[in-house]
Design a protein around this ligand. Structure first.
Ligand code: HEC
Length: 167
């Protein structure tokens, strides 16, 4: 076999190696998803005590949703249990859901602008955590009182309010 023949013979292997390299291993995707979930701030609202403890919550308790609502002009919303959600959706459904508008204070526009690849990695990570916890309480429309604890998410003491109060 001359050099040229040897190169041609090795070509399929080179192509195969390139394909394998382009496809990230499952483990790498989960790791990437974990990273994106952390820096994307998802735990801040969807993991109880995460923000209050500076992130000192084990991953086994992450993203189970919150029983504490956010109340504002939109009504009262509760950060969803993403552990249950991911088990109930396919990867395709997740990518579509992540691009759909949600109520405040969910920063849905940040999810919308993530690449498909990043959204898929996030799905793989959250799904790998498994099923845990209860679904979050149902959304309550504006004016409906709720029996759960909630944060009142309306700016206070705005300049015009302060001026009115001073009069
Ligand atoms: C500031 C708090 C906050 C942050 C940060 C946040 N969320 Fe949310 N999220 C919410 C609230 C509140 C809701 C419920 C919105 C509603 O009822 O429409 C919600 C809803 C959702 C839903 C819809 C669930 C369903 O049942 O369809 C998804 C998906 C979601 N969040 C994913 C994420 C991900 C992923 C991140 C990180 C990139 C994130 N959220 C960051 C507060 C937050």
């Amino acid at each position: 076999m001359n050099v040229r023949q040897a190169m041609i013979a090795a070509l399929p292997i080179a192509i195969w190696a390139m394909t394998v390299a382009a496809e990230p291993a499952a483990e790498t995707r989960v790791e990437r998803g974990r990273y994106l979930t952390i820096v994307g701030g998802c735990n801040d609202c969807h993991t109880p005590s995460y923000a209050e403890t500076g992130g000192k919550v084990p991953a086994s308790d992450w993203l189970v949703g919150s029983q504490i609502g956010f109340q504002g002009p939109w009504g009262t919303t509760y950060p969803a249990n993403l552990r249950l959600l991911m088990q109930s959706m396919s990867e395709e459904q997740w990518v579509a859901r992540a691009r759909t508008a949600m109520r405040p204070p969910m920063p849905w526009f940040n999810l919308r602008d993530m690449s498909d690849e990043d959204l898929r990695a996030m799905y793989q990570f959250i799904r790998s955590l498994g099923r845990k916890g209860e679904p979050a309480p149902a959304y309550a429309p504006p004016g409906q009182s709720v029996s759960t604890p909630y944060f009142y998410f309306v700016p206070q003491n705005l300049p015009q309010q302060a001026a009115r109060a001073a009069r």
